[in-house]
Design a protein around this ligand. Structure first.
Ligand code: 13P
Ligand code: SF4
Length: 327
């Protein structure tokens, strides 16, 4: 049977045509008040989506906020796993993601069944999963982490603890390098962060010698090693606000530049170019699926909703709570 949700996914359905002249922003805010809904947005979404949100954050802050909200509806302007995390934390609430096609290549690079087989092949290991995973993968995990707390959580475990880390091998390698651990890594990656080029960043640095280089640790090792600051989106934003530098080369999804520029209008933020300059490869095509029109329709019709199998949710909530307690 085609339900409303999978019909939306299969047909790319975004709701009824919106009457001409509708003030989308005013209507979205009105519906939020009327329905006691909260809009959360990740830094990688379009600027106009970030601007209308009640709360913008990195993956960690978004999960922390969801765990605390007293809203009846959470609209997650981000990718599917972020909506799932919210639903797992707040099963009694309605959680909406304006376009269910907003997936994540990193989450997709870690099939839960294959990950379970990998875990079984490494008995006696604690399993740490990056938050960019499906609910089913979280359900076979001991502790979830984000790029904002991975180092702290890994370092809080005994030095000799055997650890599996998945799915992002770049983040895993980075955490191994700064903690001296030898975590066993799953070989997943994000298609956006893998594409940044050392040569192109160095060429930009030659043009802007005073610029600080900001890198998300999902980038490959040689790119991360160029960084003046490596960290989560929130950490990079914070650094750019506190730094005396006036120019920054930013090697992460370019949506973050919106908030950086808003916070520091007098500073210059230069998006790091990807290997292939013929495409907008430093944009996450999944995040960019979230538009104001879809947000409007999703609030109006209260779908598409995120649903998580209760059995999976019961298992997946434990490693997420562990992360929130350890953060
Ligand atoms: P943050 O946790 O830094 O917000 O990153 C999420 C993400 O999807 C990075 O690609
Ligand atoms: Fe996933 Fe990469 Fe997009 Fe982040 S940027 S949501 S890791 S596909």
């Amino acid at each position: 049977m085609i339900t409303v949700d999978n019909k939306w996914k299969e047909l790319g359905y975004v709701g009824e045509p919106i009457p001409e002249g509708t003030d989308l922003k005013a209507e979205i805010r009105r519906m939020c008040k009327e329905k006691n809904a909260v809009i959360m947005a990740h830094y990688y979404t379009e600027g106009e989506v970030q601007d209308i949100a009640d709360f913008i954050g990195d993956s960690l802050a978004l999960a922390q906020k969801a765990a605390q909200t007293d809203a009846d509806i959470i609209v997650m302007c981000g990718v599917h796993f972020m909506g799932e995390t919210n639903k797992i934390l707040c099963p009694e609430k309605k959680v909406l993601v304006p376009d269910l096609n907003a997936s994540c290549s990193l989450a997709e690079s870690c099939d839960a069944k294959e990950f379970k087989a990998f875990i079984d092949a490494h008995p006696g290991h604690t399993v740490i999963s990056y938050v960019n995973t499906t609910a089913a993968t979280k359900a076979v995990t001991d502790i979830v982490v984000t790029s904002g707390n991975a180092r702290k959580i890994v370092e809080s475990l005994p030095q000799d603890e055997k650890i599996i880390f998945g799915p992002d091998q770049n983040l895993g390698n980075y955490i191994n390098s700064i903690t001296g651990r030898q975590m066993v890594l799953w070989h997943g990656a994000c298609h956006v962060h893998e594409r940044f080029s050392v040569e192109k960043i160095l060429a930009l640095k030659a043009e802007h010698p005073g610029a600080k280089i900001l890198v998300h640790p999902e980038c490959k090792g040689p790119v991360v090693r160029l960084a003046d600051k490596a960290g989560s989106t929130a950490a990079l934003l914070q650094y750019s606000k506190e730094s005396d530098a006036t120019e920054f080369i930013v090697a992460t999804e370019s949506g973050i530049l919106h908030e950086m520029q808003k916070a520091c209008p007098e500073k210059t933020f230069i998006p790091a170019p990807p290997n292939d300059s013929t495409c907008a490869c430093n944009e996450c095509n999944y995040m960019k699926l979230i538009t104001l029109q879809k947000l409007y329709n999703c609030l109006k019709y209260e779908w598409p909703t995120i649903e998580v199998d209760p059995e999976i949710a019961e298992k997946a909530v434990r490693p997420i709570h562990r992360m929130l307690e350890m953060s």
